[in-house]
Design a protein around this ligand. Structure first.
Ligand code: NAD
Ligand code: UFG
Length: 339
Protein backbone atom coordinates (compact mmCIF):
# COMPACT_ATOMS: atom_id res chain seq x y z
CA UNK A 1 0.00 0.00 0.00
CA UNK A 2 1.21 3.48 -0.85
CA UNK A 3 0.47 5.96 1.94
CA UNK A 4 0.79 9.74 2.02
CA UNK A 5 1.94 10.85 5.48
CA UNK A 6 1.48 14.55 6.13
CA UNK A 7 3.65 15.79 9.01
CA UNK A 8 5.57 12.51 8.89
CA UNK A 9 8.87 14.08 9.98
CA UNK A 10 7.41 15.09 13.36
CA UNK A 11 7.42 13.29 16.69
CA UNK A 12 4.47 10.92 16.25
CA UNK A 13 4.84 10.85 12.45
CA UNK A 14 8.45 9.63 12.49
CA UNK A 15 7.62 6.82 14.95
CA UNK A 16 4.63 5.80 12.83
CA UNK A 17 6.71 5.85 9.62
CA UNK A 18 9.18 3.48 11.28
CA UNK A 19 6.47 0.98 12.24
CA UNK A 20 4.89 1.21 8.77
CA UNK A 21 8.18 0.64 6.95
CA UNK A 22 8.73 -2.43 9.12
CA UNK A 23 5.41 -3.69 7.74
CA UNK A 24 6.47 -2.92 4.15
CA UNK A 25 4.18 0.03 3.46
CA UNK A 26 5.42 2.48 0.82
CA UNK A 27 5.52 6.00 2.18
CA UNK A 28 5.54 9.53 0.84
CA UNK A 29 6.06 12.13 3.58
CA UNK A 30 4.85 15.68 2.94
CA UNK A 31 6.10 18.07 5.64
CA UNK A 32 7.13 21.73 5.74
CA UNK A 33 9.66 21.00 8.55
CA UNK A 34 8.22 23.91 10.56
CA UNK A 35 8.50 21.85 13.74
CA UNK A 36 10.73 18.95 12.78
CA UNK A 37 14.02 17.85 11.31
CA UNK A 38 14.72 15.76 8.24
CA UNK A 39 17.26 13.90 10.39
CA UNK A 40 14.35 12.11 12.06
CA UNK A 41 13.42 10.46 8.74
CA UNK A 42 17.05 9.75 7.88
CA UNK A 43 17.35 7.89 11.17
CA UNK A 44 14.11 6.03 10.46
CA UNK A 45 15.59 4.92 7.12
CA UNK A 46 18.76 3.78 8.87
CA UNK A 47 16.86 1.84 11.52
CA UNK A 48 14.59 0.08 9.02
CA UNK A 49 16.95 -0.21 6.05
CA UNK A 50 14.09 1.14 3.90
CA UNK A 51 13.47 4.37 2.06
CA UNK A 52 10.92 7.11 2.60
CA UNK A 53 10.11 9.48 -0.24
CA UNK A 54 10.26 12.98 1.28
CA UNK A 55 8.69 16.10 -0.17
CA UNK A 56 9.26 19.38 1.62
CA UNK A 57 5.97 21.20 1.24
CA UNK A 58 3.21 23.05 3.04
CA UNK A 59 -0.46 22.05 3.14
CA UNK A 60 -1.23 25.68 2.41
CA UNK A 61 0.64 25.36 -0.91
CA UNK A 62 -2.19 23.84 -2.94
CA UNK A 63 -0.25 23.59 -6.21
CA UNK A 64 2.60 21.69 -4.64
CA UNK A 65 0.24 19.39 -2.77
CA UNK A 66 -1.73 18.66 -5.92
CA UNK A 67 1.48 17.82 -7.80
CA UNK A 68 2.10 15.07 -5.25
CA UNK A 69 -1.29 13.52 -6.07
CA UNK A 70 -0.59 13.88 -9.78
CA UNK A 71 2.68 11.98 -9.45
CA UNK A 72 1.58 9.23 -7.06
CA UNK A 73 -1.36 6.93 -6.57
CA UNK A 74 -2.23 6.70 -2.87
CA UNK A 75 -4.32 4.09 -1.10
CA UNK A 76 -4.77 6.23 2.01
CA UNK A 77 -3.52 9.30 3.87
CA UNK A 78 -2.34 9.60 7.46
CA UNK A 79 -2.70 13.24 8.40
CA UNK A 80 -0.39 14.35 11.24
CA UNK A 81 0.52 17.82 9.95
CA UNK A 82 -0.61 20.58 12.25
CA UNK A 83 0.48 23.10 14.83
CA UNK A 84 0.00 21.82 18.37
CA UNK A 85 1.05 24.29 21.09
CA UNK A 86 -1.97 25.24 23.18
CA UNK A 87 -0.47 28.49 24.59
CA UNK A 88 0.75 29.65 21.19
CA UNK A 89 -2.70 29.01 19.71
CA UNK A 90 -4.20 31.48 22.17
CA UNK A 91 -1.72 34.13 20.98
CA UNK A 92 -1.97 33.29 17.27
CA UNK A 93 -5.48 31.94 16.62
CA UNK A 94 -5.56 32.90 12.94
CA UNK A 95 -2.30 31.09 12.27
CA UNK A 96 -3.66 27.97 13.98
CA UNK A 97 -7.01 27.99 12.15
CA UNK A 98 -5.26 28.69 8.85
CA UNK A 99 -2.63 26.00 9.23
CA UNK A 100 -4.78 23.31 10.83
CA UNK A 101 -8.26 23.88 9.37
CA UNK A 102 -7.46 25.41 5.96
CA UNK A 103 -4.51 23.01 5.56
CA UNK A 104 -6.86 20.06 6.18
CA UNK A 105 -9.52 21.45 3.80
CA UNK A 106 -6.89 21.76 1.06
CA UNK A 107 -5.86 18.17 1.63
CA UNK A 108 -9.44 16.84 1.65
CA UNK A 109 -10.39 18.69 -1.53
CA UNK A 110 -7.40 17.27 -3.39
CA UNK A 111 -8.04 13.80 -1.99
CA UNK A 112 -11.61 14.02 -3.26
CA UNK A 113 -10.47 15.18 -6.69
CA UNK A 114 -8.04 12.25 -7.02
CA UNK A 115 -10.50 9.79 -5.53
CA UNK A 116 -8.41 8.93 -2.46
CA UNK A 117 -11.08 8.54 0.20
CA UNK A 118 -9.39 6.95 3.19
CA UNK A 119 -7.85 9.13 5.89
CA UNK A 120 -6.56 8.65 9.43
CA UNK A 121 -6.64 11.98 11.27
CA UNK A 122 -4.61 13.02 14.34
CA UNK A 123 -7.24 14.25 16.73
CA UNK A 124 -6.77 14.75 20.45
CA UNK A 125 -8.37 14.21 23.82
CA UNK A 126 -8.51 18.00 23.84
CA UNK A 127 -11.83 17.70 21.91
CA UNK A 128 -13.44 16.52 25.18
CA UNK A 129 -12.73 19.90 26.84
CA UNK A 130 -13.34 19.70 30.59
CA UNK A 131 -14.47 16.11 31.24
CA UNK A 132 -17.89 15.74 32.86
CA UNK A 133 -17.40 12.05 33.55
CA UNK A 134 -14.36 9.74 33.51
CA UNK A 135 -13.19 7.65 31.79
CA UNK A 136 -13.83 9.45 28.50
CA UNK A 137 -15.66 7.41 25.88
CA UNK A 138 -16.01 8.35 22.21
CA UNK A 139 -19.57 9.45 23.03
CA UNK A 140 -18.50 11.89 25.76
CA UNK A 141 -19.60 15.46 24.98
CA UNK A 142 -17.15 17.54 22.98
CA UNK A 143 -16.12 21.11 23.69
CA UNK A 144 -12.89 23.05 23.69
CA UNK A 145 -11.03 25.57 25.79
CA UNK A 146 -8.48 27.02 23.34
CA UNK A 147 -8.00 27.68 19.59
CA UNK A 148 -5.81 24.58 19.13
CA UNK A 149 -8.55 22.39 20.55
CA UNK A 150 -11.19 24.21 18.52
CA UNK A 151 -9.18 23.63 15.33
CA UNK A 152 -9.21 19.88 16.04
CA UNK A 153 -12.93 19.89 16.83
CA UNK A 154 -13.78 21.89 13.68
CA UNK A 155 -11.78 19.39 11.60
CA UNK A 156 -13.74 16.55 13.20
CA UNK A 157 -17.03 18.29 12.25
CA UNK A 158 -15.77 18.74 8.67
CA UNK A 159 -14.77 15.07 8.48
CA UNK A 160 -18.16 13.97 9.85
CA UNK A 161 -20.02 16.05 7.28
CA UNK A 162 -17.81 14.76 4.49
CA UNK A 163 -18.44 11.15 5.51
CA UNK A 164 -22.20 11.82 5.58
CA UNK A 165 -22.10 13.40 2.12
CA UNK A 166 -20.40 10.50 0.38
CA UNK A 167 -20.45 6.90 1.64
CA UNK A 168 -17.17 6.11 -0.13
CA UNK A 169 -15.19 8.01 2.51
CA UNK A 170 -13.59 6.04 5.35
CA UNK A 171 -12.36 8.35 8.05
CA UNK A 172 -10.77 7.37 11.35
CA UNK A 173 -10.19 10.15 13.83
CA UNK A 174 -7.70 8.99 16.42
CA UNK A 175 -8.05 10.93 19.66
CA UNK A 176 -4.63 10.73 21.27
CA UNK A 177 -4.29 11.12 25.01
CA UNK A 178 -0.75 12.04 26.20
CA UNK A 179 1.92 10.60 23.88
CA UNK A 180 5.35 10.22 25.53
CA UNK A 181 8.55 8.19 25.25
CA UNK A 182 10.62 7.31 22.23
CA UNK A 183 11.72 4.42 20.06
CA UNK A 184 13.75 1.94 22.12
CA UNK A 185 16.86 2.52 19.96
CA UNK A 186 17.14 6.06 21.37
CA UNK A 187 17.66 7.26 17.78
CA UNK A 188 14.36 9.13 17.38
CA UNK A 189 12.27 10.98 19.96
CA UNK A 190 10.51 14.19 20.85
CA UNK A 191 12.54 17.31 20.08
CA UNK A 192 10.58 20.37 21.23
CA UNK A 193 11.51 23.85 20.09
CA UNK A 194 12.52 26.07 23.01
CA UNK A 195 11.02 25.54 26.46
CA UNK A 196 8.93 22.35 26.47
CA UNK A 197 5.21 22.80 27.19
CA UNK A 198 4.65 19.16 28.04
CA UNK A 199 5.53 17.34 31.23
CA UNK A 200 7.77 14.48 30.07
CA UNK A 201 10.04 16.52 27.76
CA UNK A 202 10.44 19.04 30.60
CA UNK A 203 11.32 16.35 33.14
CA UNK A 204 13.79 14.84 30.62
CA UNK A 205 15.53 18.18 30.18
CA UNK A 206 15.80 18.63 33.95
CA UNK A 207 17.28 15.13 34.27
CA UNK A 208 19.90 15.81 31.60
CA UNK A 209 20.86 19.13 33.21
CA UNK A 210 19.43 21.53 30.62
CA UNK A 211 16.98 22.98 33.19
CA UNK A 212 17.27 23.45 36.96
CA UNK A 213 13.89 22.24 38.11
CA UNK A 214 10.39 21.31 37.11
CA UNK A 215 7.50 23.60 37.96
CA UNK A 216 4.50 21.55 39.03
CA UNK A 217 1.38 23.45 38.03
CA UNK A 218 -0.67 23.07 41.20
CA UNK A 219 -0.95 20.41 43.90
CA UNK A 220 -4.40 21.40 45.12
CA UNK A 221 -6.53 19.42 42.65
CA UNK A 222 -8.97 16.89 44.05
CA UNK A 223 -6.82 13.96 42.87
CA UNK A 224 -5.01 11.21 44.82
CA UNK A 225 -1.97 13.43 45.59
CA UNK A 226 -3.29 16.84 44.51
CA UNK A 227 -1.40 16.94 41.19
CA UNK A 228 -2.91 16.58 37.71
CA UNK A 229 -3.66 13.12 36.33
CA UNK A 230 -3.21 12.14 32.67
CA UNK A 231 -3.32 9.07 30.49
CA UNK A 232 0.28 8.82 29.21
CA UNK A 233 0.73 6.51 26.24
CA UNK A 234 3.99 5.26 24.74
CA UNK A 235 4.50 6.76 21.27
CA UNK A 236 5.31 3.32 19.80
CA UNK A 237 1.98 1.95 21.05
CA UNK A 238 0.34 5.01 19.49
CA UNK A 239 2.18 4.42 16.19
CA UNK A 240 0.90 0.84 16.13
CA UNK A 241 -2.62 2.18 16.62
CA UNK A 242 -2.26 3.88 13.21
CA UNK A 243 -1.36 0.58 11.57
CA UNK A 244 -4.42 -1.00 13.15
CA UNK A 245 -6.54 1.90 11.84
CA UNK A 246 -5.20 1.44 8.29
CA UNK A 247 -5.98 -2.27 8.43
CA UNK A 248 -9.48 -1.53 9.72
CA UNK A 249 -10.11 0.78 6.76
CA UNK A 250 -9.30 -1.94 4.25
CA UNK A 251 -12.30 -3.88 5.58
CA UNK A 252 -15.05 -3.27 3.01
CA UNK A 253 -17.78 -3.04 5.64
CA UNK A 254 -16.13 -0.11 7.42
CA UNK A 255 -17.30 3.33 6.38
CA UNK A 256 -18.14 6.78 7.62
CA UNK A 257 -16.54 8.84 10.37
CA UNK A 258 -15.10 6.70 13.17
CA UNK A 259 -13.62 8.42 16.23
CA UNK A 260 -11.37 6.24 18.41
CA UNK A 261 -9.57 6.98 21.69
CA UNK A 262 -5.89 6.04 21.80
CA UNK A 263 -4.88 5.89 25.43
CA UNK A 264 -3.99 3.24 28.01
CA UNK A 265 -6.99 3.78 30.25
CA UNK A 266 -4.69 4.44 33.23
CA UNK A 267 -4.21 7.80 34.90
CA UNK A 268 -0.91 8.79 36.52
CA UNK A 269 -0.23 11.89 38.60
CA UNK A 270 2.67 14.27 38.07
CA UNK A 271 4.35 13.04 41.27
CA UNK A 272 4.03 9.44 40.06
CA UNK A 273 5.60 10.38 36.73
CA UNK A 274 8.50 12.12 38.49
CA UNK A 275 9.11 9.04 40.63
CA UNK A 276 9.01 6.71 37.61
CA UNK A 277 11.41 8.95 35.69
CA UNK A 278 13.82 9.16 38.64
CA UNK A 279 13.85 5.38 38.82
CA UNK A 280 14.43 4.99 35.07
CA UNK A 281 17.18 7.60 34.87
CA UNK A 282 18.87 7.31 38.26
CA UNK A 283 18.64 11.14 38.43
CA UNK A 284 16.87 13.30 40.97
CA UNK A 285 14.27 15.67 39.54
CA UNK A 286 14.14 18.83 41.66
CA UNK A 287 10.72 20.47 41.54
CA UNK A 288 8.73 23.36 42.90
CA UNK A 289 4.96 23.59 43.17
CA UNK A 290 3.67 26.75 41.51
CA UNK A 291 0.15 27.96 40.73
CA UNK A 292 -2.20 26.07 38.42
CA UNK A 293 -1.73 26.52 34.65
CA UNK A 294 -4.74 28.19 33.10
CA UNK A 295 -6.96 25.83 31.13
CA UNK A 296 -5.64 22.62 32.76
CA UNK A 297 -8.07 19.96 33.90
CA UNK A 298 -7.55 17.92 37.07
CA UNK A 299 -7.91 14.53 35.49
CA UNK A 300 -8.20 13.03 32.02
CA UNK A 301 -8.06 9.40 30.95
CA UNK A 302 -9.57 7.21 28.26
CA UNK A 303 -12.03 4.40 28.08
CA UNK A 304 -10.19 2.13 25.64
CA UNK A 305 -12.92 -0.46 25.14
CA UNK A 306 -13.91 0.76 21.68
CA UNK A 307 -10.30 0.86 20.35
CA UNK A 308 -9.93 -2.80 21.25
CA UNK A 309 -13.31 -3.75 19.84
CA UNK A 310 -12.89 -1.86 16.58
CA UNK A 311 -9.15 -2.18 15.95
CA UNK A 312 -8.10 -5.13 18.10
CA UNK A 313 -5.50 -2.69 19.43
CA UNK A 314 -4.40 -2.16 23.01
CA UNK A 315 -1.52 -0.12 24.45
CA UNK A 316 1.04 -2.49 25.97
CA UNK A 317 3.89 -0.42 27.34
CA UNK A 318 4.17 0.58 31.00
CA UNK A 319 5.15 3.98 32.42
CA UNK A 320 8.50 2.40 33.34
CA UNK A 321 9.15 1.77 29.63
CA UNK A 322 7.86 5.22 28.67
CA UNK A 323 10.32 6.85 31.09
CA UNK A 324 13.24 4.52 30.25
CA UNK A 325 12.85 5.15 26.50
CA UNK A 326 12.37 8.91 26.94
CA UNK A 327 15.57 8.93 29.01
CA UNK A 328 17.54 6.90 26.48
CA UNK A 329 16.59 9.38 23.73
CA UNK A 330 17.27 12.46 25.90
CA UNK A 331 20.54 11.25 27.40
CA UNK A 332 22.02 10.20 24.05
CA UNK A 333 20.66 13.29 22.22
CA UNK A 334 20.71 16.05 24.85
CA UNK A 335 20.09 18.70 22.19
CA UNK A 336 17.66 16.61 20.17
CA UNK A 337 18.45 16.29 16.47
CA UNK A 338 21.01 19.09 16.82
CA UNK A 339 23.12 16.85 19.08
P1 NAD B 1 5.00 17.58 15.56
O1 NAD B 1 4.99 19.07 15.59
O2 NAD B 1 6.22 16.88 15.99
O3 NAD B 1 4.60 17.07 14.10
C1 NAD B 1 3.76 17.79 13.23
C2 NAD B 1 4.46 17.86 11.89
O4 NAD B 1 3.64 18.57 10.97
C3 NAD B 1 5.79 18.60 11.94
O5 NAD B 1 6.78 17.81 11.31
C4 NAD B 1 5.54 19.90 11.19
O6 NAD B 1 6.71 20.36 10.54
C5 NAD B 1 4.44 19.48 10.23
N1 NAD B 1 3.55 20.56 9.78
C6 NAD B 1 2.88 21.45 10.52
N2 NAD B 1 2.14 22.26 9.74
C7 NAD B 1 2.33 21.86 8.46
C8 NAD B 1 1.86 22.30 7.20
N3 NAD B 1 1.03 23.34 7.09
N4 NAD B 1 2.26 21.66 6.09
C9 NAD B 1 3.12 20.61 6.18
N5 NAD B 1 3.62 20.15 7.33
C10 NAD B 1 3.23 20.78 8.46
O7 NAD B 1 3.75 17.09 16.42
P2 NAD B 1 3.34 15.63 16.91
O8 NAD B 1 3.44 15.61 18.39
O9 NAD B 1 4.04 14.61 16.11
O10 NAD B 1 1.78 15.67 16.55
C11 NAD B 1 1.27 15.15 15.34
C12 NAD B 1 -0.22 15.42 15.29
O11 NAD B 1 -0.85 14.85 16.43
C13 NAD B 1 -0.57 16.91 15.31
O12 NAD B 1 -1.67 17.13 14.45
C14 NAD B 1 -1.00 17.15 16.75
O13 NAD B 1 -1.91 18.21 16.87
C15 NAD B 1 -1.63 15.82 17.11
N6 NAD B 1 -1.61 15.54 18.57
C16 NAD B 1 -0.43 15.57 19.24
C17 NAD B 1 -0.42 15.34 20.62
C18 NAD B 1 0.86 15.41 21.40
O14 NAD B 1 0.80 15.56 22.63
N7 NAD B 1 2.05 15.28 20.79
C19 NAD B 1 -1.62 15.07 21.30
C20 NAD B 1 -2.80 15.00 20.56
C21 NAD B 1 -2.79 15.26 19.19
N1 UFG C 1 2.72 20.01 33.89
C1 UFG C 1 3.47 20.55 34.90
N2 UFG C 1 4.62 21.20 34.58
C2 UFG C 1 5.05 21.33 33.29
C3 UFG C 1 4.28 20.77 32.27
C4 UFG C 1 3.10 20.11 32.60
O1 UFG C 1 3.11 20.47 36.07
O2 UFG C 1 6.10 21.97 33.07
C5 UFG C 1 1.49 19.26 34.24
C6 UFG C 1 0.22 19.85 33.66
O3 UFG C 1 -0.32 20.83 34.52
C7 UFG C 1 -0.67 18.60 33.53
C8 UFG C 1 0.33 17.46 33.25
O4 UFG C 1 1.59 17.95 33.70
O5 UFG C 1 -1.30 18.33 34.75
C9 UFG C 1 0.44 17.12 31.78
O6 UFG C 1 0.69 18.31 31.03
P1 UFG C 1 1.08 18.28 29.48
O7 UFG C 1 1.26 19.70 29.05
O8 UFG C 1 2.17 17.33 29.25
O9 UFG C 1 -0.21 17.65 28.81
P2 UFG C 1 -1.70 18.19 28.73
O10 UFG C 1 -2.57 17.06 29.15
O11 UFG C 1 -1.89 19.47 29.42
O12 UFG C 1 -1.81 18.51 27.18
C10 UFG C 1 -1.85 17.46 26.23
C11 UFG C 1 -1.34 17.93 24.86
C12 UFG C 1 -2.26 18.98 24.31
C13 UFG C 1 -3.68 18.50 24.33
C14 UFG C 1 -4.06 18.02 25.72
C15 UFG C 1 -5.43 17.43 25.78
O13 UFG C 1 -0.06 18.48 24.97
O14 UFG C 1 -1.90 19.21 22.97
O15 UFG C 1 -3.14 17.01 26.13
O16 UFG C 1 -5.49 16.35 24.93
F1 UFG C 1 -4.51 19.51 23.97
Amino acid sequence: MNILVTGGAGYIGSHTCLEMLNENYKLVVYDNLSNSSLDALKRVEKLTGKEVKFIEGDLLNVEKLEQVFQNERFDAVIHFAGLKAVGESVEKPLEYYDNNVVGTLNLLKIMQKYNVKKIVFSSSATVYGVPEKLPLTEESPRSTTNPYGTSKLVIEYILEDLAKSDPEWKIISLRYFNPVGAHKSGEIGEDPNGIPNNLLPFISQVAVGLRDKLNIFGDDYSTKDGTGIRDYIHVVDLAKGHLAALKCMTDATEKGFIPINLGTGNGYSILEMIKAFEKASGKTIPYEVVKRREGDVAECFADTTYAYKKLGWKAKKSIEEMCADAWKWQSTNPDGYRS
